[in-house]
Design a protein around this ligand. Structure first.
Ligand SMILES: [Zn+2]
Length: 188
């Protein structure tokens, strides 16, 4: 638990000591001021998001029944966490029985559930995996890198691709009509 509280302590705040330029004409007995240490780089959006995700997961562990500590956390618990997050999802994922299954732009509402989009979950796991590492976790015990998590993410991606009629393959710039020209070698 102590591991988690560290991340709530922002270390990016620093004060800038303002050296008054008009004082340069006065004789000063003080030694010339040392240049201020370079300020730590402002945290990026990624870093901020990573810290928030880490806090969210810590909160999830604290509220877990039975209580769960990070050291006991396995891929199974990470999957539990991902399913728990689905209730806050905003992405419509059609059931196979829905007439809009596989249609990217359904013409009418349907009662299918909202879920976390695969891309969000995938990015989240990447951030949590890095955060675990940065908090001293060993790579071999990193629950976010567990095989079960990778398999789950792949299943979510494949199912959402079908249900939403969206391909998660990287889009190719080349339009399809240029069939006559020899196709470049694909790296698949
Ligand atoms: Zn539907």
């Amino acid at each position: 638990m102590d591991l988690l509280s560290e991340s709530s302590n922002p270390n990016f705040e620093y004060t800038i000591t303002n050296i008054n330029p008009s004082s340069s004409s006065t004789i000063s007995m003080l030694p010339p001021p040392l240049p201020p240490p370079p300020p730590p780089p402002a945290p990026s959006r990624y870093e901020n998001q990573k810290r928030r995700d880490w806090n969210t997961f810590g909160q999830y562990l604290r509220n877990h029944r039975p209580p769960l500590s990070l050291s006991l956390c396995s891929g199974t618990h990470v999957l539990e966490f991902l399913r728990y997050l689905d209730q806050f999802g905003k992405t419509k994922v059609h059931n196979q029985t829905c007439p809009f299954f596989g249609r990217p732009n359904p013409p009418a509402p349907c009662p299918c559930p909202l879920r976390q989009a695969w891309g969000s979950l995938d990015a989240l796991i990447g951030r949590l995996r890095a955060a675990y590492d940065e908090h001293g976790g060993k790579p071999e015990t990193n629950p976010f890198g567990a095989r079960a998590v990778r398999v789950y993410l792949r299943e979510v991606r494949d199912y959402q691709a079908k249900a939403r009629g969206i391909s998660y393959q990287k889009k190719r710039k080349r339009p399809k009509k240029t069939v006559a020209t020899p196709a470049p070698a694909t790296n698949q």
